[in-house]
Ligand binder design. Structure first.
Ligand code: ADP
Length: 478
């Protein structure tokens, strides 16, 4: 399979869609969860630390720590907090001097940081430095002034702790998450492959079943799981029905052709054989039989010519030589040519042109199509009788009506007269020569010109054919 074809595979696409969906949601979920956990842990740590230091601050007040920094209870608590939070705790007095340092480094030194100054105005300060991963919490220690009774800030507890532990924890969680995720992705890929194969299976079944059908009678042995595959199967059955109809009409046509071609030959054979069998056939008999043989040869010729014409037209509009034709002149020519035949049959040909009409058409083909209709009007007529040809047009179509005073066509036959080889009531058809192909050729020609032909008839009174053709030729699409 070529690469582009492989990419068109339904199975591959389903697989890719599932995999992309899984990877996308996994990534989004991991990103969201990872970021949230870390932030929440740090927030919580800050809250905890502030809370603990506030408790310590309030105890300091009770123990009067700033006048007695050797308080065991407070110092033990401070060093405990320092250990628990992996950080350093400083206690700073009003003079910005460090009076306690859990690391014992800055004892006695001065510490005038921004947080400390802000703390002296009474507020707690918390700070998180993302770059160096440090949390800072500064809480004021208040006490009542003995003289004024006002609450004053006696000092500040300043705690700074690293967030390394939090990062270690979240990194660990994320590492485990990764492993879990990779395992999940592998499982999902396997599952996606399975689902894709399963989902594509009904289509494969339909394709396989279609490939194995060899005759028009066979039904697709497929139980369709999807609405879509059922639609494919239905469309296949419809197509098969159309092909079956087409095949039947082709077979009928072939058998009709063979039959029609054989009939004159069988007559010729009979005529020739009966002449051969006669020992001393008189010359008149020879002449008489030979005339019959010649008529049968003409008939055979006529059928073959019509057949060839039909076959040529089956190829479509490609063989059309369209040009702008003055239809009034064309009709005048046709009626002139059919004049002798009409006179012989005592049929009056009346041509009535309501206006001058110019239309695009294949002149040769259209002449034959119109001739066929008028000729039928003369052939299937009373004697005397008439055929009236009327030409009219609007801005888009030309309209040609050919009416006759003839025998008419029975209702049951009307729908068949345009079929190949169809000839009306056999008894009268035998007297009147014809191949049964004339109207089939006419209809085909008119359809190639994108026109229409209609017929109405009253038995014993006559028949009217109405032909409508667009004035401008519309080329076949594509
Ligand atoms: P053909 O004339 O060679 O038999 P057509 O295809 O021209 O074949 O016509 C088919 C049949 O339609 C004719 O056999 C005839 O029965 C009937 N038909 C056609 N035109 C007329 C008409 N104007 N009046 C009566 N019957 C007609």
């Amino acid at each position: 399979m070529k690469r582009s074809e492989y990419l068109k595979s339904f199975r591959l696409r389903i697989f890719l869609v599932i995999v992309i969906a899984v990877l996308f949601s996994a990534t989004v979920m991991r990103g969201a969860a990872g970021a949230n956990v870390k932030e929440r842990m740090i927030e919580q740590r800050i809250m905890e630390m502030t809370e603990q230091i506030r408790i310590t601050a309030s105890r300091m007040k009770n123990y009067d720590y700033f006048h007695n920094t050797s308080s065991e209870a407070i110092n033990a608590q401070l060093s405990l907090l320092s250990t628990v939070y992996e950080g350093r705790i400083l206690v700073i007095d009003q003079g910005f001097r460090v009076i306690t340092d859990t690391y014992d480094i800055s004892l006695g030194k001065y510490m005038i940081g921004e947080e400390v100054i802000r703390c002296y105005s009474g507020e707690s300060v918390t700070n998180y430095d993302q770059g160096s991963r440090y949390i800072e919490v500064a809480v004021p220690v208040t006490e009542k002034d003995v003289e004024t009774g006002e609450t004053v800030v006696a000092g500040v507890i300043l705690a700074s702790a690293t967030t390394d532990a939090i990062f270690r924890t979240t990194d660990d969680i994320s590492r485990r998450g990764w492993i879990l995720e990779i395992m999940l992705v592998v499982v999902m890929i396997g599952l996606a492959m399975g689902v894709a194969v399963l989902m594509a299976r009904p289509f494969e079944r339909v394709t396989k079943a279609m490939g194995s059908v060899v005759s028009f009678e066979e039904d697709l042995p497929v139980v369709s799981d999807y609405k879509e595959t059922q639609e494919i199967v239905d469309a296949f059955h419809k197509l098969r029905q159309r092909l079956k109809t087409l095949d039947e009409s082709r077979q009928e046509f072939v058998s009709n052709v063979s039959h029609e071609l054989k009939t004159p030959i069988a007559s010729i054979k009979v005529l020739a054989d009966s002449l051969n069998m006669q020992e001393d056939a008189p010359l008149e008999m020879y002449k008489d039989f030979m005339q019959d043989i010649s008529a049968e040869v003409d008939r055979e010729n006529e059928i073959i010519t019509d057949l060839l014409e039909l076959v040529r037209m089956d190829k479509g509009a490609s063989g059309m030589h369209v040009e702008n034709v003055k239809v009034n002149d064309l009709l005048a020519q046709i009626t002139k040519r059919l004049g002798p035949l009409a006179r012989k049959s005592e049929v009056d040909l009346i041509l009535e042109s309501r206006r001058e009409v110019n239309a695009d058409m294949d002149e040769v083909k259209m002449t034959q199509a119109i001739t066929n209709i008028i000729e039928n009007g003369i052939k299937y007529n009373k004697h005397p009788g008439w055929v009236r040809i009327t030409l009219d047009a609007d801005h888009q179509f030309m309209k040609l009506t050919i009416s006759d005073s003839g025998t008419g066509i029975p209702e049951a036959e009307l729908s068949h007269i345009f079929e190949r080889f169809y000839r009306g009531d056999k008894s009268h058809s035998k007297e009147i020569s014809g191949t049964g192909l004339g109207l089939a050729i006419t209809r085909k020609t008119i359809l190639l010109h994108r026109g229409s032909i209609d017929v109405s008839s009253t038995l014993g009174e006559g028949t009217t054919f109405t032909v409508k053709l667009p004035l401008s030729y519309i080329k076949e699409a594509g």
